[in-house]
Structure formats: structure tokens, C-alpha cells
Design a protein around this ligand. Structure first.
Ligand code: E4P
Length: 156
């Protein structure tokens, strides 16, 4: 699995902790760090969130973990990219259901909300969850993707 990580200056430290753990995980073939590299970088969170989501949408990565102060801005930004389903997930159950119910490719954390040990534990568990396209949840997710396909088509 190829995983993108990115953060704004509020999330860079937590992003680095998650990145280092992902790099040591045998299930992860590649970790793509889009920055920020330093808390001195004041590039706004949407730039990182959109770039990471575009990588996933383009098939250049399978999943992403994004970090900002709350996780909210990263989730809102990533969800603007066609084909992306992203959510804040500060607890184990939500992270699991984001994959199994919603087929989310991206989870986000708020560095001002969750500590590094919990974020790393959630990330490790999250890697092990997969969406079942034969599950009852699939038709529900299809409502979202069908709507999106119609909107993208109408706009072109
Ligand atoms: O959702 C946004 C993030 O929490 C960001 O790190 C901080 O944004 P703000 O400076 O606009 O509060």
C-alpha cells in the first residue's frame, strides 16, 4: 500500500510521527511525504490537503493521512477532489467505519485534538481495514459516487 502524508505547520510534528511509523510498517510499500517539512512553513492547509487528495485520486497513492490543527480543514479540502472520501477520525471505531462503511481513502487528524500515540494506534489499525464492495454499504457509497459523476459530467 502506498500512503501519502501531509500537514500544515500545526500538524507537521504529528505528521512526522505517523510518517515514521508508516515507514516501518511491512504493509506499506511507499510513504510519500508532501510536507510541510517544518513548522516555519506557513503554507495554508488546503494546499497540502488538495495535493495529497489529488495524488490518491490520480491513482499515484492508495491512501492518505493528513494533519492540521483540528483535522477539519484537511478533510474539507480533500473532499473537494473528485473521487475522494476523507474524514476526521480521532477514535478507533470511526476510523474502522470510515473504511468499511464509507470506503474513505483518507483519514485526518487534528494535532491540537489527538496525541501522537493515539494517532499512531488508529493509523496502524486503519491500515488493516478494507472496504467490501459486496457489502450492504456499497450501494450507499454508490449514491455519493453517482452524484459526483453526474455533477462532474454536468460541469464539463
Ligand atoms: O482546519 C484548519 C486547521 O486546524 C489549521 O491547522 C488551522 O487553521 P486556522 O489557523 O484557520 O485556525
Amino acid at each position: 500500500m502506498r500512503v501519502v502524508v501531509a500537514a500544515d505547520n500545526a500538524g507537521v510534528e504529528l505528521k512526522n510521527a505517523v510518517r515514521d511509523q508508516l515507514s516501518a510498517d511491512d504493509r506499506v510499500s511507499e510513504v510519500i511525504d508532501l510536507g510541510a517539512t517544518s513548522a516555519d512553513d506557513d503554507t495554508a492547509y488546503p494546499h497540502f490537503g488538495l495535493a495529497a487528495a489529488e495524488k490518491v485520486a490520480a491513482g499515484e497513492a492508495d491512501r492518505a493521512v493528513l494533519v492540521c490543527g483540528t483535522g477539519i480543514g484537511m478533510a474539507v479540502s480533500a473532499n473537494k477532489v473528485a473521487g475522494i472520501r476523507a474524514t476526521v477520525a480521532h477514535d478507533s471505531y470511526s476510523a474502522e467505519r470510515s473504511v468499511k462503511s464509507n470506503n474513505c481513502q483518507i483519514i485526518t487528524f487534528g494535532a491540537r485534538v489527538v496525541g501522537p500515540e493515539l494517532a499512531k494506534k488508529i493509523t496502524t489499525e486503519w491500515l488493516g481495514h478494507t472496504f467490501d464492495p459486496g457489502s450492504a454499504s456499497a450501494a450507499k457509497v454508490a449514491c455519493i459516487t453517482d452524484y459526483e459523476a453526474r455533477e462532474v459530467h454536468a460541469a464539463s
